[in-house]
Design a binder for this molecule. Structure first.
Ligand code: SF4
Length: 494
């Protein structure tokens, strides 16, 4: 069989290109190749193309926040397509003789664009099209009712895709394909998901398009699946059992990545280092490979509690950056959300690593239970500790009770973080302002001259007049959006 797996382009105001390597599809590709199939990946964002797009009407309300601004407290500017056009993808499909097409859909908010792509592909391709990924996990039956694809797969896709190819070839019935969702006349059938994680069977994927991070070639990997924590806003523990890979397989993969030319390995686990024995073995291995030149990141975020006991080893193991997820600095909120740690663990880690690597701590403004003044207080606390603070705007995950209760919008595009949803206009301006403040605080941590610059003057003026300034292309300071919240100026707290 000749199979094409598509990692689609992304449509949003921003993107993180170094995190776009389609790891899930790479595992599926390897599993299919091991079965003797021809499996190719169309990695749409690998080209690095960025094209401005018309903002969809449902996101037009964001234009007052996302505008041209050259100041260090600017937000995004303009809606874009990151990756190849649908025409380029469909042209590739038409020129090749594929038997099956699989498309990944990893984020509910981007799923409408995946459906649009699928509709275009169906015009030029008559074989079966299947969509899989976390967006499917979130909506299974609802999605099947409206999808342009012929089939969906929920849960991990590696084992199911091999089974699916067999079912299409008539070797096994469709009800024997794990996680398959399909129409049987009027009826929608949802098969039980595969229990095997994406990396099962010791797969070591072939690499083609490594991304670039800090001018070095970066490859993504995972050493485990699932998470043992139960945070109220997260779907990871719902969809994946916790399992970790065999250390000898990890060794083989790191050897393979070194040979492939990777310089940084980004460990995308959700719960790395939660098992102390495994963590010790893993750190020995990372240290060994660091001596051969590999460096490591965990850009998906590390659980601070897990790494406190090992923080002293992270530098020797080759970690160049620590992304720590805090979510909220409030102990009450953290406890209510089921978070495994708070600011204490972050302080412990900072003390231990002693500035040998960058630390960035992520919090989520607007999460139910949090307040905006408390969010600012946490941002200022981190700033004073010299720690960069990343604000991750709230994104809604269908099927997660906390968000279902708050109301999942009918238009899934609004679920993305950049949509600043589901806030009232007043709250939205507050969240956008917090994003600006965090940008400026980080700028002050990295630029020695920031506090004496003209930028600071206009930042201060913006806060005191409750209306932002923006810096135009002609270097003029112009009015931007207003906000109601009375923010205490972080620089007056010294
Ligand atoms: S620690 Fe992270 S991955 Fe685990 S449940 Fe909480 S948010 Fe999800």
């Amino acid at each position: 069989m000749n199979i094409l797996l598509i990692a689609p382009p992304v449509f949003d105001f921003y993107n993180t290109p170094h995190r776009m390597e389609p790891l899930g599809l790479l595992y599926i590709q390897k599993a299919l190749r091991n079965e003797g199939h021809r499996a190719e990946i169309y990695d749409a964002t690998a080209s690095g193309k960025v094209k401005k797009q018309q903002t969809p009407p449902e996101l037009a309300y964001l234009s007052e926040f996302y505008e041209e601004d050259r100041s260090p407290f600017s937000l995004h500017n303009g809606y874009k397509r990151f990756g190849d056009s649908f025409n380029a993808i469909c042209g590739h499909v038409s020129q090749n003789n594929y038997d099956i097409i699989g498309i990944s859909s990893l984020f509910s908010a981007y799923h409408p664009d995946v459906e649009n792509l699928t509709a275009e592909i169906k015009k030029v391709f008559k074989g079966p099209v299947v969509i899989g990924g976390t967006a499917v996990n979130a909506q299974k039956e609802t999605m099947m009712k409206t999808t342009n694809a012929d089939y969906l797969i929920h849960g991990s896709g590696t084992v199911p895709m091999v089974q699916f190819v067999k079912a299409v070839s008539g070797m096994i019935p469709f009800d024997k394909v794990d996680g398959l969702i399909y129409r049987d006349g009027e009826k929608i059938t949802i098969n039980e998901a595969s229990k095997e994680p994406a990396w099962s069977g010791g797969l070591i994927p072939d690499r083609e398009h490594l991304r670039i991070f800090r001018k070095k070639r970066l490859a993504k990997t995972v050493f485990s699946s699932g998470c043992r924590n139960r945070c109220a806003f997260c779907s990871i523990h719902r969809d994946n059992a916790f399992m970790h890979r065999n250390i000898s397989h990890i060794r083989l993969e790191l050897e393979h990545l070194l040979r492939t030319g990777a310089q940084i390995v980004d460990i995308e686990d959700d719960d790395i280092f939660s098992d102390p024995d495994f963590a010790r073995e893993l750190l020995d291995l990372l240290e060994h490979f660091h001596k051969s030149g590999l460096e490591f990141t965990a850009l998906n975020g590390l659980t601070a509690k897990n790494i406190v006991p090992f923080a002293g080893r992270l530098n020797d193991a080759g970690f160049i950056k620590l992304d720590l997820s805090l979510v909220s600095g409030s102990k009450t909120v953290s406890d209510e959300l089921g978070r495994p740690h708070g600011t204490y663990e972050i302080e412990q880690i900072q003390k231990t690593v002693k500035g040998k690597m960058d630390i960035e701590v992520f919090i989520i403004p607007g999460l139910p239970g949090t307040t905006f003044p408390k969010t600012l207080e946490t941002m200022v606390y981190l700033y004073k500790k010299g720690i960069k603070c990343g604000l991750s705007p709230l994104y809604l995950v269908p099927g997660v009770p906390m968000f279902e209760k708050a109301g999942i919008p009918e238009d899934l595009r609004l679920c993305r973080g950049s949509a600043l949803y589901p806030f009232s206009p007043e709250e939205r301006a507050t969240v956008a302002s917090l994003l600006k403040i965090s940008r400026f605080l980080n700028y002050c941590l990295t630029d020695k001259n920031a506090l004496s610059s003209e930028n600071r003057i206009y930042f201060n003026r913006s806060l005191s007049r409750n209306q932002w300034f923006k810096r135009s292309g002609e270097d003029k300071w112009l009015d931007s959006f207003r906000f109601h919240e009375k923010f205490q100026n972080p620089f007056k707290l010294d």
